[in-house]
Design a protein around this ligand. Sequence first.
Ligand code: ZN
Length: 67
Amino acid sequence: MDFDPVCGKRVDATQSSPNSEYKKKRYFFCSERCKQAFEREAERMRLHELAKVGALLSKGRVRWGLA
Ligand SMILES: [Zn+2]
């Protein structure tokens, strides 16, 4: 049994359920809409993490306007 991480609904995960892999973990969604919302957010998080890594490497000289 899985939970839709976007809306919190319970999802009976099957082969045909909308799903997405993020950081080697598979997430299932109740609908394509939730899947797309998740992927948008995951992409935002990824950019945020890249910016943090950049901050470590460049000691604060981060250009936050990238995303
Ligand atoms: Zn949902």
